[in-house]
Design a protein around this ligand. Structure first.
Ligand code: GLN
Length: 597
């Protein structure tokens, strides 16, 4: 039976039907295809990177794609999650705080996503419980199957309608066998049943071990997990094997044999230098053709658009491989032991470095270890410093010390969110005779609360989803470094996630001593970007925004371009002239800003 017929038959059911298939208005069965990506053996295999790369190769064929991440946890969003455990909190334009994988999708697909692209169990269960109170289940006992799974399918179909995509890429969070994602896997089984053959493509990302003592690749855990997936009613069409080195044929044969997946669709997905190399790796393995065939999409594919898209992307990856001017950027943060906490910053540095031919080395500096007297020694090899976003007191002194060092020694500096606020505090303390200046986040009783809680935040109780979030316009001061970075535009939209701001009553004092606020909120006196004049410092720029979130491989963030370019100059390894219009630092440079304290 075809999907359309089956879905039609769902309207002709018994009074006490066992089916529950909410259909959003405008949903046309059979029009949208679904690719679902499952993870087995263990987490952390890069399912989001894989799914987004797959979505990209299909997008390159001229197909409209949209992703959705289904998370098993009960939080409504990622806002209350500790980045140390879960990786960075990514923020979308509409203010959704979500999993870092959404950042990977935005970067790969060069698409701005919305809250419809991120769904947690917390959202699904809230919806079910609210609907039950409204009598939405018509006297039925509300069950995991069909009701909860029905709401999951409803979310996927709603996304299909709103996005108008040809293919919805569904990433199932967690690993097969986790309790919390079992019902999500079941929802995918039901979706395939309802939509019919040729509408869903199931992809499994698995892991091939290579114990050093054996020196050979082993597939048993992958095989056992495949059985588990089969038992859940999911029979994959494609298997991608993650491994350190290319997966040998014998291992792929074993997996093919144990899963009924033809060898031609059992791929090796071994480690590579940059996530941005993966789409081409998938393409040369033939995954794109496999998906087209499985979903009967051949006719919609467009060769010309593929050539164009591939050309631009491959130029980028080629430049990435060829970039050879070494610079070292230090990132001082609290979560330095987990690179995922700063995933977007790492990417933004890669984007800017690649465009400028720089091979950016990152040096992680634990700000909790940065005592004042150790700063010069710990930061001595750096050509640039980033103080990233953060919360609370721990490590703040180390961040302040590194900002001071950057400002005094003329080391290129980029402050992001907390790094902007810390720069204001440092300047107030050391250049404006406000020795105990602070943020009230650290010291509520400070005599100089140069950074204070946003007025609208004072009334808020609880922690979830209530910061100043999402995309907001920033009005640009003409003639500033910022204006140069954005080609003299009057305003730019950046993304935010903060509770505190520069207290407007201190702005004049800070500006009097030479700090320039070059970006301001459109409707409120909220300072969004600061800079020191280029004749006093080679590059001292900070923003209340998270500039890293909107950097894309083919459109790097100008904040990061500015930093990397200044770092190249600082390292003396560049021959970039003053002809580059994006170069804000043409003036003679003096090594430090005037200090008045
Ligand atoms: N803690 C600061 C605030 O809430 C900065 C937030 C951040 O860096 N994301 O305003």
């Amino acid at each position: 039976m075809h999907g359309e017929d089956l879905l039609a038959s769902l309207s002709d059911v018994s009074d006490e039907t066992e089916f529950y298939t909410p259909m959003p208005a405008g949903y046309k069965p059979g029009q949208t295809k679904f690719v679902a990506v499952f993870g087995t053996v263990m987490s952390g295999l890069g399912k989001g990177i894989f799914a987004s790369s797959m979505a990209k190769v299909m997008q390159d064929k001229g197909l409209a794609v949209t992703p959705i991440k289904l998370e098993g946890y009960l939080n409504r969003d990622s806002g209350t999650l500790n980045p140390y455990r879960h990786g960075e909190v990514f923020v979308l334009d509409d203010g959704m705080e979500c999993d870092m994988d959404l950042g990977t999708y935005e970067r790969m697909l060069d698409q701005n996503l919305s809250r419809l692209n991120f769904c947690t169990s917390g959202q699904i269960f809230s919806q079910v419980l609210e609907k039950e109170r409204r009598g939405g289940y018509l006297g039925r006992d509300v069950q995991m199957i069909p009701h909860v799974t029905g709401e999951v399918k409803g979310r996927l179909r709603e996304l299909a309608v709103v996005s108008g995509a040809d293919i919805v890429f569904v990433e199932i969070g967690g690993t097969v066998g986790d309790h919390e994602n079992a019902y999500l896997i079941e929802a995918m089984r039901e979706l395939q049943y309802e939509e019919g053959p040729g509408s869903c493509c199931f992809v499994v990302l698995t892991y091939i071990l290579e114990p050093p003592a054996l020196g050979e690749q082993k597939s048993k855990p992958a095989q056992l997990n495949m059985q588990r997936l089969n038992a859940a009613g999911i029979h994959p069409h494609i298997i991608a094997c993650r491994a350190r080195k290319p997966v040998v044929k014998k291992v792929r044969e074993k997996l093919a044999l144990h899963s009924n997946v033809p060898m031609a669709r059992v791929f090796s997905m071994h480690d590579c230098e940059s996530v941005n190399l993966i789409p081409e790796m998938l393409r040369s393995a033939g995954i794109d053709q496999a998906v087209l065939e499985l979903l009967n999409l051949e006719e919609k594919a467009d060769q010309d658009s593929e050539q164009e898209a591939r050309g631009a992307w491959n130029t980028y990856t080629q430049q990435f491989r060829e970039a050879n001017k070494p610079i070292t950027i230090g990132i001082t943060g609290k979560y330095t032991s987990l690179r995922d906490s700063y995933a977007s910053i790492i990417q933004a540095l890669e984007h800017a470095g690649t465009h400028l031919g720089a091979k950016v080395q990152i040096e992680w500096i634990d700000s909790t270890m940065l005592a004042d007297d150790a700063v010069a020694q710990m930061l001595q090899r750096l050509h640039g410093i980033i103080v990233p976003g953060g919360f609370g007191t721990r490590g703040a002194d180390g961040k302040l010390a590194s900002v001071r060092h950057a400002r005094q020694q003329g080391i290129p500096y980029l402050g992001l969110c907390y790094g902007f606020q810390i720069a204001v505090i440092e300047f107030a303390r050391n250049c404006c005779s406000m020795p105990q200046a602070n943020t009230t986040e650290i010291d509520p009783d400070t005599a100089f609360p140069v950074v204070d809680i946003l007025p609208e935040q004072k009334l808020i109780e609880g922690l979830g989803g209530n910061m100043r979030l999402g995309g907001h316009d920033v009005v640009i001061k003409p003639g500033s470094i910022l204006a140069g970075m954005y080609d003299q535009a009057k305003s730019v939209q950046l993304r935010f996630r903060h509770r505190y701001e520069v207290d407007p009553q201190f702005i004049e004092r800070l500006e009097d001593k030479g700090l320039i606020f070059s970006g301001k909120a459109a409707k409120h006196p909220i300072m969004q970007v600061l800079e020191l004049p280029p004749d006093t410092h080679p590059y001292f720029v900070a923003t209340q925004a998270h500039a890293e979130l909107t950097s894309r491989p083919l459109a790097p963030s100008p904040f990061f371009l500015g930093l990397v370019q200044a770092a190249l100059r600082f390292s003396g390894s560049t021959d970039l002239g003053s002809t580059n219009p994006k170069d804000p630092n043409d003036a003679e440079q003096s090594p430090q800003a005037a200090e008045t304290a």
